[in-house]
Design a protein around this ligand. Structure first.
Ligand code: R5P
Length: 291
């Protein structure tokens, strides 16, 4: 088995290779002067099980393109099996045609991946209207979760805490994580007026006053959902407000805006970022090792 990465996940890929005691190989990826992609495996991959560790952020469009080229090239060079480990899978939020004429990103992305690798492993994909990975992936697919890693982290690092999901969708994570961390959970109800304008109100009553509130969500993109929730938690008397995001995209200066509202900002290392405090590689490795 050999491990590689493209542009986004070399730290994670190297950590996995080190823990698995297997070889990490460099893949050269750059552009020709006209902007066309140039990709070259620098080691022999024929008859090898190749693990491509590549998160879809930053630059999701480019990441998808790079993954397709890497997968197809590996097939062409005779790799025995090609497994894509994409700790963050992008394109999942545009999972239907909301307005006439729109592209359904999740479907197009999955078709390209189906044709490029043999298996995909990911962490907490944004499954909403698409209920399960096999609805869009014809190749083998595995959906892992960071709940256990987050729950353990919270149990170890917090006292007198409660978990809050900023909306109903996130309650699935908040509730599960609270059980692991042996604490209570609640969630807010979110009304989204536009991509950037979101309102929230508390749905399930639990004590918030004097508590260390940890707001948990799958994706932090502009950070607006988290910020609204933090403001609400403070209004309800929270002693401190921390946030845990599984996938920290932090677009449009999100981190800077969020720092004013949170005592702590933590993410899982599904997207490499300096807020990464929760390591998901052991969970990934268990699945990589399977036949
Ligand atoms: C949406 O359904 C997700 O679960 C997140 O709540 C959302 O992506 C967060 O976006 P933003 O950080 O831009 O508010």
């Amino acid at each position: 088995m050999i491990i590689t990465s493209l542009k986004n996940s070399s730290k994670t890929a190297n950590l996995i290779a080190k823990k698995l005691k297997c070889k990490y190989i460099e893949t050269e990826i750059k552009t020709f002067p006209d902007g066309d992609i140039y990709l070259r495996y620098k080691s022999e991959i024929k008859n090898k099980k190749l693990i491509i560790v590549e998160s879809f952020q930053p630059n999701s469009n480019e990441a998808l393109y790079n993954i397709v080229f890497a997968g197809k090239t590996a097939k062409d060079l005779g790799a025995k099996q090609i497994i894509l480990v994409a700790p963050y899978l992008a394109f999942m939020r545009q999972d239907k045609r909301f307005n006439s004429g729109e592209a359904i990103n999740a479907k197009i992305m999955s078709e390209l991946i189906n044709n490029s690798v043999d298996k995909i492993i990911t962490v907490d994909p944004h499954l909403h209207r698409i209920r399960k990975m096999s609805d869009i992936f014809k190749i083998k697919s595995k959906r892992l979760t960071a709940n256990q890693a987050i729950g353990n982290f919270i149990e170890k690092n917090f006292k007198n805490e409660v978990i809050m999901g900023p909306d109903w969708e996130s309650y699935q994570w908040a509730d599960e994580i609270a059980k692991i961390a042996k604490t209570q959970s609640t969630c807010l109800e979110k009304t989204r007026h536009s991509y950037r304008d979101v309102d929230v109100k508390l749905v399930k009553e639990i004590p918030i006053k004097g508590k260390n509130v940890i707001i948990v969500d799958d994706i932090i993109s502009t950070g607006n959902t988290m910020i609204k929730a933090a403001i609400k938690a403070k209004k309800l008397g929270a002693k401190s407000v921390s946030c845990v995001g599984i996938h920290g995209l932090f677009v449009e200066n999100a981190l800077k805006k969020m720092k004013k509202h949170f005592n702590n900002i933590f993410t899982v290392n599904t997207i490499e970022h300096n807020t990464n405090k929760i390591d998901i590689t052991d969970t990934l490795i268990k699945e990589i090792k399977k036949k």
